[in-house]
Write a protein that binds this ligand. Structure first.
Ligand code: COS
Length: 379
């Protein structure tokens, strides 16, 4: 067993941290306040090859491992979780289904552009009546000659207004449940494909979340991903990887809370000494540090299993579950340590709390993670 990161992984952490601290952190509060999409930062991330990280060089990727990518998500989310989710959703659930299940042609068409950050990709699974019950999809796809005709709508879709391509699920065979669902590549610009209302959210306010609408939308028959009926499983496998990245995002938020609270505890003087000298504060920080470290172990291990082509469904769910609940707890404690100042927008911890909550919901709620873990235990 070797818990050390490789030199490359350490270099990626240093590079991304430098970028995050110098370029991402300064405008994070203002972007949150204005719900301003970080388009310029996305261009810079493209230039740094961050979107290319986990994809092979053959398709324009950087040939890195999933653990390096998880570290990059963690470092971005440590200062700005909204940029973290924009990044994570594009790579691990937007681009990955094409990378994992696409034909050679589909991969050559889409992966290089996604890897360069030239376009963003969205993942269209959730619908108004199909959230945790993902197999309850109501969007339909009907084969008409050389085309598929798609009708339906997807909700809460990250990057929906800015995506250049979306992979969406639709029912191709009614009455077959999960086995009657297929997935399709829908390029922006396809007639009948549009993004709808942008949501006004509690947190992650500078990330883009909107509806995707498919109204008599026709895509070529070649745009199906894999074979008819394979869509549900493809999306479950994609979500296993996505959950590692949401775990990494939660880990970054939790680390950001720990850093902010530790700094404040050293500076804030009450009763004649820094509050960090009081055991009440020390114990809070000791608990936060312990939980952050355990979350890191769980998330990194899930990424390591994926990189080594070992089963990781259970570990990805455990990592996301533990890291996301750690993030919310850490944010609440960071606010408590900051006292009244923590409740104000001049400190970042109130934003961290609003952002952290989503990690307990997106890409499967904590309840769904427990269900996935229980099933993996054979229950
Ligand atoms: N990897 C590979 N295959 C998987 C899988 C996984 N992680 N999870 C499920 N499958 C397969 C099953 O093996 C089954 O295959 P067979 O038909 O060959 O037996 C098929 O998919 C259906 O699985 P299951 O019966 O478990 O489906 P359920 O409808 O019971 O749903 C849950 C399972 C609840 C786990 C699933 O719907 C889920 O993850 N829901 C949450 C969705 C979510 O995370 N949404 C977030 C929005 S996306 S940002």
């Amino acid at each position: 067993m070797d818990f050390r990161l490789t030199e490359t992984q350490e270099l990626i952490r240093r590079t991304v941290r430098e970028f995050a601290v110098e370029e991402v952190a300064p405008g994070a509060a203002e972007r949150d306040e204005k719900s301003e999409f970080p388009a310029e930062l996305i261009k810079k991330m493209g230039a740094l090859d961050l979107f290319a990280l986990p994809f092979s060089e053959e398709y324009g990727g950087a040939g890195g491992d999933y653990l390096s990518y998880a570290i990059a998500v963690e470092e971005i989310a440590r200062v700005d979780a909204a940029l973290g989710i924009t990044y994570a959703a594009h790579v691990s659930i937007g681009t990955s289904p094409i990378y994992l299940f696409g034909t050679e042609e589909q991969k050559r068409e889409w992966i290089p552009r996604c890897a360069r950050g030239e376009i963003l990709a969205s993942f269209g699974l959730t619908e108004p009546n199909a959230g945790s019950d993902a197999a309850g999809t109501q969007t339909t796809a009907v084969r008409l000659g050389d085309e598929w005709l798609l009708n339906g709508s997807k909700c809460f879709i990250t990057n929906a207004s800015h995506c250049g391509v979306a992979v969406v699920t639709a029912v191709t065979e009614k009455g077959k449940g999960a086995r009657g669902i297929s997935s399709f590549i829908v390029p922006r610009g396809t007639k009948g494909f549009s993004s709808g209302k942008k949501y006004d959210k509690l947190g992650l306010r500078s990330s883009d979340t909107a509806e995707l609408i498919l109204e008599d939308c026709r895509v070529p028959a070649a745009n199906i991903l894999g074979k008819p009926g394979e869509g549900f499983k493809q999306f479950m496998i994609t979500l296993d990887g996505g959950r590692i990245s949401i775990g990494a995002m939660a880990l970054g938020i939790a680390q950001g809370c720990l850093d902010a609270a530790t700094k404040y505890a050293k500076e804030r003087v009450q009763f004649g000494q820094p509050i960090g000298k009081f055991q009440a504060i020390q114990f809070k920080l000791a608990d936060m540090a312990t939980q952050v470290e355990l979350a890191r172990m769980a998330v990194y291990r899930a990424a390591w299993l994926k990189d080594n082509h070992l089963p990781f469904t259970k570990e990805a769910a455990m990592g996301k579950l533990f890291a996301s609940e750690t993030a919310t707890r850490a944010a609440l404690e960071a606010i408590q340590i900051h006292g009244g100042y923590g409740y104000m927008k001049e400190y970042p911890v109130e934003r961290y709390l609003r952002d952290a909550k989503l990690t307990e919901i997106g890409e499967g709620t904590s309840e769904i993670q427990r269900l996935v873990i229980a099933r993996q235990l054979g229950l």
